[in-house]
Ligand binder design. Structure first.
Ligand SMILES: Nc1ncnc2c1ncn2[C@@H]1O[C@H](COP(=O)(O)OP(=O)(O)OP(=O)(O)O)[C@@H](O)[C@H]1O
Ligand SMILES: [Mg+2]
Length: 273
């Protein structure tokens, strides 16, 4: 007998899938060093990041923000807990498969830029496209266009050492955005930028959350920041302290111990899951 699935059930399943979290952390812990002297960088993180969401993570220096981003990106393995990205647990993949998946799906803005010193600005931004087998001429065109959008259209052939910290930061942002990655992970993307340039960059980062990827799939963005000038870009702000998420909510939400609740504005507080 053929089972006929009513349209309404198919539609409900599709809608559930469309709103399912793209990133899901459960009970994630990370310690560094031998047990007796271990640094407990993450002490049990539960976090969901939803389709089209721009999530900001704030918290004092050393609270574990970069460690959490590295674990979400599959660069570091957690000591305990599960990390699921686009429906696949990092723990089920080999190191090679993780590297391939990162290249295909993720874009990074690192706290310390990590530009390749021997390549010029244009070549640094072309690199992820060439690794993804985009033909040279197309890669050069897309990289030049992205560099123009971050205000570096006239510095295509400068080496990183010839650029200011803010310019290097913009190159690293162009490099992260140029592939239209499914998930963008940014560590302090505006730390070295004046407010005008920071706004241009945050507009691009917000577009990356809102616009679908090259295959029409929803994307998401996670930004770690100390920069309160960009808090209003967030759909949600989570505050970390001492390896834990202690409060969260929409920007300017009513609650939170010195977190999103202090940002001013409106919206309701939402506990992190
Ligand atoms: N590779 C490592 N080996 C040992 N300890 C580490 C390592 N990486 C991070 N830590 C420690 O883990 C804790 C969290 O570090 P992390 O870099 O995640 O903090 P953060 O919130 O990003 O800080 P900041 O705002 O200064 O960038 C710190 O105590 C740090 O010293
Ligand atoms: Mg950090």
């Amino acid at each position: 007998m053929t089972l006929v699935v009513p349209d309404i059930l198919t539609a409900a399943a599709a809608s559930r899938e469309a709103s399912a979290p793209l990133v899901r952390l459960r009970g994630v812990k990370k310690s560094f060093g031998p047990a007796r002297t271990a640094v407990h960088a993450l002490r049990g993180i539960d976090l969901d990041v939803h389709p089209r969401e721009l999530l900001l993570v704030v918290g004092p220096s050393g609270c574990g923000k970069t460690t959490m981003l590295s674990i979400i990106s599959g660069v570091l393995n957690p000591t305990a807990g599960e990390v699921d990205v686009f429906g696949c647990a990092w723990s089920t993949l080999s190191e090679d498969a993780k590297a391939r998946r990162r290249g295909e799906l993720l874009g990074f803005v690192f706290q310390e830029f990590r530009l390749i010193p021997t390549l010029d600005t244009l070549e640094n931004v072309m690199a992820p496209l060439l690794i993804g087998h985009v033909p040279w001429t197309e890669a050069a065109g897309r990289a030049a266009e992205m560099l123009a959008r971050v205000g570096l259209g006239k510095r295509l052939h400068a080496r990183p050492r010839e650029l200011s910290g803010g310019m290097q930061q913009r190159v690293s942002i162009a490099r992260a955005l140029v592939t239209r990655p499914r998930m963008l992970v940014c560590d302090e993307p505006t730390a070295n930028l004046d407010s005008g340039t920071g706004q241009v960059v945050m507009d691009l980062i917000r577009d990356a959350a809102r616009e679908p990827d090259a295959q029409g799939r929803p994307r998401c963005v996670i930004v770690v920041t100390h920069d309160n000038r960009i808090f209003h870009y967030a759909d949600r702000i989570e505050r970390m302290e001492d390896g834990r998420i202690v409060s969260g909510g929409v920007p300017g939400g009513a609650g939170g111990t010195g977190g999103a609740g202090e940002l001013g504005g409106h919206g309701e507080k939402k506990e992190s899951s």
